[in-house]
Design a protein around this ligand. Structure first.
Ligand code: FAD
Ligand code: AMP
Length: 493
């Protein structure tokens, strides 16, 4: 970025996107597809000086965490379950071993392939990638400060803010990225810690805990709340807690971390103090992961004079179409209200681009799917039984255990259940919660069905291939109507 020269008009685009995470890069690509001249500014730089695209999700979030979840799952399967299929891996010295460096290098390759893929998509769609830190000067002006500290200005008809989020920190456990790490540090361990502590039993804490527990860590998760996964259906949450306990995750609820101490020498690198119902407790770990949530990156994003409204939690204020109160300025993804999920941000990016082109695109915020990629996976959408009851809506539920699925048994993957929540008066599907193998993919059938306002009967009358895991969804719909075939029904409806 060359410095602004007096009297020279700044380079101008139809749309400038600040931030290249899933919300920003998708918005930029869709804008370019729709014929807008589009630039995307990204502050993270690669070694070559080019912007490192893809944001949290591709670089230090969804993708590397899933790469490690998949590697560790394969290792765990090999160690624990292959023998039951008659597959022997044994050698003279005993069981399999894990090469952490190789596992990390595979993860880095996957990340590299995808981030370069976004760069390729920018090139093929004609999006201009700009390296630097962007900020809003005025609704039609953006400042860019590049890696060398040079400042420039760009003009735009529309600006889409997509600066995402970063890990939250807590004073009792300051992150040093060595002994006490955040989610980014936990994706880069060079060895399997013997005793791993995690603060926070949310999605990220559970996924990272699963990775390292499968590889051999003794994992303790300290969670301040008394409830486990409070957003989830209670029956599914209880099942999840039971299964994770069997997997060796020691999840302590009602345990609030109040202090920690690091010592590079000695037997206990990290000592943690927490309060629970029994009083003050101590625990010692080799590494500690702080997974207490994320906060939006809105500080310094706009000049005070630009008039961008930011709420008390740090989210940029937007309406249901992601428009800020400033003309032509939009904000999408983790930077704005709603769940901090990549797919939610991507849909917002598409919506904004299409509305700029005069289309009437909307995001259906009622149907955001949620997934925890533990094994088994946990996935849910829509309302729970408890929520509907609180709203005074009568409902019926249909559930079906994976243990009654021939395909799940054949795969030796039969933990969990599907629960379908149906409005009694209309038979309309109101929600679904799944814990079980491939729950994310199974849930997507329900998301599509709900998007088309399907009834439980619609699903019940649909033919599902046999044997397939998706039959559990079919049977849950049958069960909601009191006539599941492959389990005993509670009572006819
Ligand atoms: P981000 O991905 O955070 O991208 C924002 C980008 O903006 C970054 O590249 C940043 O460098 C850049 N930026 C910030 N400020 C500036 C500036 N001033 N100028 C220029 N550039 C700037 N979500 C899921 O849906 N599924 C998952 O499985 C999942 N797993 C996760 C696992 C982990 C460990 C973590 C941490 C997160 C996970 N998430 C997952 C959440 C997901 O990563 C986020 O919801 C998603 O990345 C948000 O996208 P975004 O585009 O809004 O922001
Ligand atoms: P999430 O926001 O889903 O990523 O989950 C983060 C979790 O961390 C929440 O369930 C919080 O209750 C939990 N948490 C936050 N601070 C502490 C703390 N000091 N000790 C233990 N748990 C905490």
């Amino acid at each position: 970025m060359s410095g602004k020269q007096a009297g020279k008009q700044p380079k101008s685009f139809d749309v400038i996107v600040i931030g290249s995470g899933p919300a920003g890069y998708v918005a930029a690509i869709r804008c370019a597809q729709l014929g807008f001249s589009t630039a995307c500014i990204e502050q993270s730089g690669s070694a070559s000086g080019k912007p490192l695209l893809g944001g949290t999700c591709l670089n230090v979030g969804c993708i590397p965490s899933k790469a490690l979840l998949d590697s560790s799952h394969k290792f765990h399967e090999l160690r624990e379950h292959f023998a039951s299929h008659g597959i022997r891996h044994g050698n003279a010295s005993g069981g399999p071993s894990i090469d952490v460096a190789a596992m990390m290098s595979r993860k880095d390759q996957v990340v590299g392939q995808l981030t370069q893929g976004v760069a390729g998509l920018f090139r093929s769609n004609g999006v201009t990638a700009i390296s630097g830190k962007g900020s809003l000067l005025a609704p039609d002006r953006v400042r860019v400060v590049d890696g060398a500290g040079e400042t420039g200005e760009l003009a735009a008809k529309h600006v889409i803010l997509a600066t995402g989020s970063e890990p939250m920190t807590i004073a009792p456990a300051p992150v040093d990225q060595q002994l006490i790490v955040d989610s980014t540090g936990a994706l880069q361990f060079d060895a399997v810690p013997k005793r791993l502590g995690i603060i926070g039993a949310g999605v990220i804490g559970l996924e990272l805990g699963s990775v390292w527990a499968r590889l051999g860590s003794e994992v303790t998760i300290l969670e301040a709340l008394d409830d486990f996964l409070p957003a989830l259906d209670r029956q599914i949450a209880r099942e999840a807690l039971k299964i994770m306990g069997r997997q060796g995750l020691d999840i302590k609820l009602g345990a609030k971390v109040t202090a920690s101490k690091c010592s590079k020498r000695g037997k206990n690198p990290v000592s943690v103090t927490f309060e629970d119902s029994a009083g003050t407790q101590q625990a010692a770990f080799d590494r500690l992961i702080v997974a207490v949530g994320r906060r939006s990156v809105s500080k310094g994003l706009a000049d005070p004079g630009a008039g961008l409204a930011i709420d008390s939690r740090g989210f940029v204020e937007v309406d249901e179409f992601c428009a800020t109160k400033l003309p032509g300025v939009y904000a999408v993804g983790d930077l704005v209200r709603g769940p901090m999920l990549a797919h939610k941000g991507m849909e917002e990016g598409v919506m904004v681009a299409e509305r700029l082109a005069g289309k009437k695109t909307q995001v259906n915020y009622e149907l955001v799917p949620f997934v925890i990629y533990t094994h088994p996976e946990i996935a849910w959408v829509g309302k729970t039984e408890e929520q509907l009851r609180q709203e005074g809506v009568e409902c019926v539920t249909g559930s079906f255990p994976f243990a009654a699925s021939g395909r799940a048994l054949a795969a030796h993957d039969s933990e969990g259940l599907v629960k379908l929540v149906v409005e009694k008066a209309t038979d309309r599907i109101a929600g679904c919660q799944i814990i079980g193998a491939s729950a994310a993919d199974l849930l997507q059938q329900i998301v599509i069905a709900m998007e088309f306002a399907a009834s439980a009967e619609d699903l019940a009358l649909t033919m599902f291939s046999h044997p397939a895991l998706s039959e559990v969804v079919h049977e849950a719909a049958l069960a909601a109507r009191g006539h599941a075939i492959h389990k005993a029904n509670r009572k006819p409806r």
